[in-house]
Write a new protein. Structure first.
Length: 92
């Protein structure tokens, strides 16, 4: 990434993922960063952050997406991720 909003450190959850920005009649795919954290100043929420590499995109300005989750919501997402990963591995 030329510029980055999301900090990438040794503690970043996934410092390389494939992702896509999707519009009504376009899709721009590329590499990105995915991070899960809990801010020190608000320990009541879990942040899920996604930022796609701005080098591969023409339509979108530099930006990152963030979803604020309660602990219960974070556990629901984690459970669904594990279920889908198990399902995919079981089909191999």
């Amino acid at each position: 990434m030329n510029e980055r909003i999301t900090s990438v450190t040794a503690y970043t959850t996934l410092d390389f993922v494939e992702g896509a920005a999707v519009g009504p009649d376009w899709t721009e795919a590329g590499a990105g960063v995915l991070n899960v954290s809990s801010p020190d100043d608000d320990p009541e929420r879990v942040e899920l952050q996604l930022e796609l590499d701005d080098v591969d995109r023409d339509r979108l300005p530099l930006h990152a997406e963030r979803v604020d989750l309660t602990p219960e919501q974070a556990r629901a997402v984690a459970s669904d991720l594990v279920r889908e990963a198990d399902r995919i591995e079981g089909e191999d």
